[in-house]
Design a binder for this molecule. Structure first.
Ligand code: FE2
Length: 196
């Protein structure tokens, strides 16, 4: 199974240090990431067994979507698989059920997967999804372990669009929200900790 190697290199460089990770005292447990609905656009066809969703020169700012997957004790879920799918920056899924107009981008994969490393880290190279009302921009994801589904949920960019803001529709928790950090290099970063 071929996978691109930039995740390993960034982990080695210490770039995945978690802003959320914290030492747990005896008996303390993290809150689990809530499950969320799958939606109608789970990928069809051959899997993209890569954490790099962009082919060729990027069309717009690249998003490095990083995070960790841990259990309630904060222990890394090494070897688990993070499976993501989301829209292109124009808010369109690549799916036969999505009738949004326009040709889909041949140089964008729309979905991908990443193995969780020994530290619990994962990373994707993608674009910021487009928002489609009434929901803010979001990345759908599933966590698998040995082909067993552990979680289906979504990560929400609450500052990006949607007519149903969090205050009006509290259907997702803070544990599912991510923010965008501009690195100043024409790239963006987001970080999500997933607790199984
Ligand atoms: Fe969606």
């Amino acid at each position: 199974m071929k996978r691109r190697s930039f995740v390993q290199s960034t982990v080695a460089a210490g770039l995945l240090a978690s802003p959320i990770a914290q030492a747990l005292t005896d008996g303390q447990k993290l809150d689990k990431t809530p499950s969320d609905f799958e939606g109608p656009f789970y990928p069809e066809g051959p899997r993209n067994e890569s954490n790099d969703l962009i082919l060729g020169a990027p069309r717009s700012k690249v998003l490095h979507f990083r995070g960790r997957v841990v259990d309630v004790r904060g222990q890394p879920k090494s070897g688990a698989l993070v499976d993501i799918w989301h829209t292109d920056p124009l808010g369109r899924y690549k799916h036969t059920k999505d009738d949004s107009p326009g040709d889909r981008w041949d140089d964008f994969r729309y979905w991908g997967e990443a193995l969780v490393d020994d530290e619990g880290g994962f990373e994707f190279r993608t674009y910021v999804p487009g928002a489609y009302n009434p929901r803010p921009a979001h990345i759908h994801f599933k966590i698998w372990e040995n082909r067993r589904l552990l979680l289906t949920s979504q990560a929400y960019f609450v500052e990006l669009g949607g007519t149903q803001g969090k205050s009006r529709s509290p259907r997702y928790s803070d544990l599912q929200t991510v923010s965008l950090k501009d690195t100043g290099d024409d790239e963006l970063q987001s970080y999500l900790q997933v607790v199984i």
